[in-house]
Design a protein around this ligand. Sequence first.
Ligand code: COA
Length: 332
Amino acid sequence: MTIKITGTGSALPEKTVTNSDIAKLVDTSDDWIRERTGISERRIATNDTVSSLASKACTNALEMAGRNAEDVELIIVATCSPEFLLPCCACQVQSDIGAHKAVAFDLNAACSGFLFALNTAYAYVQAGLYKNALIVGSEVLSKLIDWTDRSICVLFGDGAGAAFVETSDIDEICENGRKVGVESIVMGSDGTKGMTLSCMERGLANPYVEKIEKVNPYVHMDGQEVYKFATRQVPACISTALEKAGFTTDDIDLFVLHQANIRIIESVAKRLKADISKFPVNLNRVGNMSSATIPVLLDELNRDGKIKKGDRLVLSGFGAGLTYGASVLVWG
Ligand code: COA
């Protein structure tokens, strides 16, 4: 038994912030940002929240799948920037969209979050616990960023993407002979490198703590370490996922990767000896939206008709934790 994606959806805040806009805040330039990252602009939330963006993305995904909120059995929201520590964002989404019968919880694997959510839903379905799930990546990272730190504030954007996944008792075989659904999954974590990309919530604070430390509430990153990690670990885990499924890069039609930096994507393509034209990109328009990057790109490709039934896709991401993952699946 496997799962297939039957609907995708996304939601972006209205406000566009260009590189030139950021150059009015910090000592940077459009040229520097584009050359080093590939990003030209990003969307920044001024009214939306992580849950409102997630709910819009879910509604769009359900509409495409032709399903009602009442049908949803499981909601997993991957986020590292929820507006509340409790309740979890998934419960807010459940209430917003009226998915009264669903079990809902959040998952935090930073930028790998959507993949981890997909793989978690897959495992639940395999175990026979649920027949469908809404999986979501939603972030408002703009509130976790020090807008005076040029090394960080140029990189990130806000947004949400969702996918409705379902199982079916009958195998669906495409015209090209491929069976629809997830074919292999790989997930990994290296907690020893956790402080390479971090953001502290709050420190110990109670009447018995001798000295309450002041916490820096913003994202801190060693960019070069993260870069090295991504360019080594992403191709390695994609190779493992391909090996597990019994395929090579030539069998893949599209590589939908986490959209952090164009140079990382180019390096991954090179290491895999795969054609760069198979690596769609939207980071130039939306920046790095952490867990939302993969589902937003997937939804754009899907709605633009750039993914065809029977296409074999690799989804792969990396992020804080440090975490990484890859999935191979055939589109249905
Ligand atoms: N504008 C202009 N100059 C900047 C700048 C900016 N926005 N940010 C940093 N610089 C400067 C630095 O201060 C440094 O100056 P110096 O040489 O005088 O000290 C110089 O540019 C080079 O900085 P460096 O950090 O070496 O640049 P880089 O080539 O490593 O690029 C990143 C920086 C962040 C773009 C790159 O390391 C990266 O993409 N890392 C991965 C980050 C990532 O993907 N994070 C998300 C993970 S999910």
